[in-house]
Design a protein around this ligand. Sequence first.
Ligand SMILES: Nc1ncnc2c1ncn2[C@@H]1O[C@H](COP(=O)(O)OP(=O)(O)O)[C@@H](O)[C@H]1O
Ligand SMILES: [Mg+2]
Length: 309
Amino acid sequence: MAIVETKLLTKKYNSFTALKDLNLIIEEGDIFGFIGPNGAGKTTTIRILSTLLAPTAGVAYVDGIDVSKHPYEIKKILGYMPDSFGVYDGMRLREYLDFFGAAYKIPRAKRSAIIDDVLTLTDLTSKADDFVSAFSRGMKQRCCLAKTLLHDPKVLLLDEPASGLDPRARIEMRELLKTLREMGKTILISSHILSELGDMCNKIGIIEHGTLLAAGNYKDILHSLRQDLEVLLEVVEGGDAAAEILASTPGITGVERSGNEFRMDAKLDRVQLADLNTRLVQAGVKVLSFTQDEGDLEDVFLHVTKGGL
Ligand SMILES: Nc1ncnc2c1ncn2[C@@H]1O[C@H](COP(=O)(O)OP(=O)(O)O)[C@@H](O)[C@H]1O
Ligand SMILES: [Mg+2]
């Protein structure tokens, strides 16, 4: 079921079109990576979804509710973490969370247990009595996420949560997002840093100049973009037999062999690739691995986006 959906969503800042006819679908339980270079329109989209910005045209729904018509309902089910956040001088973490808990109208009696929960979740329990302003960037991010989780939102919109984090803080953020997903939350996470999202998101959408260029399952996107797949074959025995079979298979070109390892271009669909694998095995070749070189997210991104990088 689509929990976030936009239809022909458009945003103009005066005459400048920042977002053009965006159709986005995020299903319940997805971790959706919203990827694009700076200025692509990610923040604009996220701010519209979180009711902070009115679209020029089009509609957006969260959990079936029109965000423009029912902002108050949306705020209850949505957690929005902006790409930059103010520092609250002189506030200790627990006070900071209590302040926002009160703002979310969480009853005082329940608040401290909820705060303990989000502190545990974000691994900040030991920092509860420290000043927020003294935190590292990674800790501030987690503290902002803790605040975003106070009202237990179904959907999280995280705008560039990993930007400016050191590698360790990034790994911690990634682990935290995994936990949140296991808790059943739907997460949209934006980034212009691609390698971060690769192993974290089940779906991605690539946006540039306000237009969604591709969206869906990461592997499907990769497959549809690649004309020629690079295939890697490694055998333990039967290298010569394998070479003959490859040479006589239509659609296989540019075979490079190095010992028992082969690299080739394949204009074959997935079923044809599987059939080729079967033929190799039936001819007595001991196949160790037969895989598509899927490249990484960086490749997909460079393929899809033409400029603006
Ligand atoms: N308040 C604004 N007024 C005018 N232009 C804006 C405003 N906010 C964003 N833009 C422009 O809209 C485009 C998209 O911005 P944004 O959504 O922040 O992109 P991203 O988050 O992908 O970097 C950019 O070209 C940006 O300069
Ligand atoms: Mg942005």
